[in-house]
Design a protein around this ligand. Structure first.
Ligand SMILES: *Cc1c(COP(=O)(O)O)cnc(C)c1O
Length: 392
C-alpha cells in the first residue's frame, strides 16, 4: 500500500493528483481472529461431517455469548434480518410497530416483509437514538410494539422506552445489530426489552461471515424462537409450530468462536482508532465526532462525525473528496428509511414528523475503521478534512 501526503488543495485527488491510498479503505472491513484456529475447526467440522442443524459449535457459541452478556438464552440465527423477523413473530407483533427511520433498512423491512406497518419516530439529534417523546406521539390504537435501535452501539434510552411500553401495554424489543459488547448503565446490551437482536454480518464488530442471534431472559420466548428457526420441528417427524429456516451453519459458528476469543483485541483496536480520529478532528471548525457517554461501555466500532454549516464545504463535497482519495467514507444511514422508495411510496409525508432525522441525515459521515487500517492512515484521512476545511 503506497500512501502520498496531502498538504494543500492541489494535492487532492479531486484536482487530478493521484489518490492518497492506492487501495480503497472501507467502513466495516471485517475483523478476523486467529486463522490457524479457524482452519483447525474447519477440518474438525469436515471430519465429523456435521455441517448444520444445531451442531456442537453453534451450541458452544450460544453458550459463550449468553455467558459473556449475562443473559439467559442465546438463539443463533443465519443472519440478523431473519433473527429480527423471527423475534417480531415470536412476540406476536402486528398492526403498527414504532421504529426509528434513522437505522439500516433491515429494521423497517423485517416488519414490512411480514405485513406489519413500520411507523417512523424521530430521534434525539445529539444521540441519534429514538426520542421517547417522539415515540409517544406516534402511538395509535393499532400500535403493538416498539423496536429500539442501539445506533452506532450507543444504547437507546431503554429505561424510558420500557416505561412507555408498560404504560401503553406494548411489546418492546431492540435491534442491537451495532451493539455487541456494549453496555447500558452497567448491564450488557442483550438484557433489555423482551429480547434483543444482534447481527454478526461481516461488517459488524463481531462477525460469523453472515449470522445473527436473538438473546433474551425469557425461556419460553427462546424456546419458541428455537422452534421457529427450524421449521417448527420438535422431533424427527413432529412439527408443532409454523416456522422458517433461520439456522446458523457450523462453519459460521466456528468463525464466531474464533472471533469471540479475539474480541477484546478488536475493541481495543477500535478504541485506539476512535481516539486518534477524535483527537485529530477536534478543533476543525464545523466537524464534531460523536462521543460516548462514560456511563456506558462502547465497542467503538463506528466512527461517526457530523459536518455542519460552519465547515468550509458541504458534507457531500467532503465525502466526494475522501472517496477520490480512496477513503470510502459513508453517509450512513442517509437519506433515512422513510426516504427510501418502498417507504416513501407508502408514506410520502413521513418526513414532516422527522425533523431531527432529516437534519442529521444531511450532516453525518462514517469513517473507515477496524483492525486492518494501514499504519498512518488516520493521519492522512484527517489531513483531507483539514485541507478541505481551508477550501472556501
Ligand atoms: C446489519 C444490520 C441489520 C441486518 O443484519 P444482517 O445480519 O445483515 O441481516 C439490521 N439492523 C441494523 C441496524 C444493522 O446495522
Amino acid at each position: 500500500m503506497s500512501i502520498k501526503r496531502v498538504h494543500s488543495a492541489k494535492d487532492l485527488a479531486i484536482n487530478g493528483a493521484p489518490p492518497a491510498f492506492d487501495q480503497p479503505l472501507h467502513v466495516g472491513r471485517p475483523n478476523i481472529g486467529d486463522h490457524e484456529n479457524f482452519l483447525a475447526m474447519t477440518r474438525k467440522i469436515l471430519g465429523d461431517c456435521w455441517l448444520t442443524n444445531n451442531g456442537p459449535l453453534v451450541r458452544q457459541l450460544e453458550g459463550r455469548i449468553a455467558d459473556m452478556l449475562g443473559v439467559g438464552h442465546c438463539v443463533a440465527m443465519c443472519n440478523g434480518t431473519v433473527a429480527l423477523e423471527i423475534a417480531i413473530r415470536a412476540l406476536g407483533l402486528k398492526g403498527e410497530v414504532i421504529v426509528p427511520s434513522w437505522t439500516f433498512i433491515a429494521t423497517a423491512h423485517a416488519l414490512h416483509w411480514q405485513g406489519i406497518t413500520p411507523v417512523f419516530a424521530d430521534i434525539d439529534p445529539t444521540t441519534h437514538n429514538l426520542d421517547p417523546d417522539a415515540v409517544r406521539r406516534m402511538i395509535t390504537p393499532r400500535t403493538s410494539g416498539i423496536i429500539g435501535v442501539h445506533l452506532w452501539g450507543r444504547p437507546a434510552p431503554a429505561t424510558s422506552l420500557q416505561a412507555l411500553a408498560d404504560e401503553y401495554g406494548l411489546q418492546l424489543m431492540f435491534d442491537a445489530a451495532h451493539a455487541f459488547g456494549c453496555s447500558y448503565q452497567d448491564r450488557s446490551i442483550g438484557n433489555f426489552g423482551a429480547c434483543e437482536v444482534f447481527s454478526f454480518h461481516a461488517t459488524k464488530v463481531f462477525n460469523t461471515f453472515e449470522g445473527g442471534a436473538v438473546v433474551t431472559n425469557d425461556g419460553k420466548l427462546a424456546e419458541k424462537m428455537r422452534l421457529m428457526r427450524n421449521f417448527g420441528f420438535a422431533g424427527y417427524d413432529d412439527v408443532i409450530h409454523p416456522g422458517t429456516n433461520g439456522k446458523m451453519p457450523e462453519i459460521n459458528a466456528a468463525m464466531g468462536l474464533v472471533n469471540l476469543a479475539n474480541f477484546p483485541a478488536f475493541v481495543e483496536a477500535n478504541r485506539r482508532a476512535y481516539t486518534t480520529y477524535a483527537e485529530a478532528l477536534s478543533g476543525i471548525n464545523g466537524i464534531t465526532v460523536l462521543s460516548h457517554d462514560p456511563a456506558n461501555e462502547p465497542n467503538y466500532h463506528y466512527v461517526v462525525a457530523e459536518v455542519d454549516d460552519d465547515f468550509a464545504c458541504s458534507r457531500d463535497v467532503l465525502v466526494a473528496a475522501l472517496q477520490a482519495e480512496n477513503v470510502l467514507a459513508r453517509k450512513y444511514f442517509w437519506p433515512g428509511c422513510h426516504n427510501m422508495k418502498p417507504y416513501h411510496d407508502l408514506f410520502p409525508n413521513a418526513g414532516l414528523a422527522l425533523p431531527s432525522t432529516e437534519a442529521v441525515a444531511q450532516r453525518v459521515i462514517v469513517l473507515p475503521n477496524g483492525m486492518n487500517l494501514p499504519e498512518g492512515s488516520i493521519k492522512l484521512i484527517t489531513d483531507v478534512f483539514r485541507t478541505m476545511s481551508r477550501m472556501s
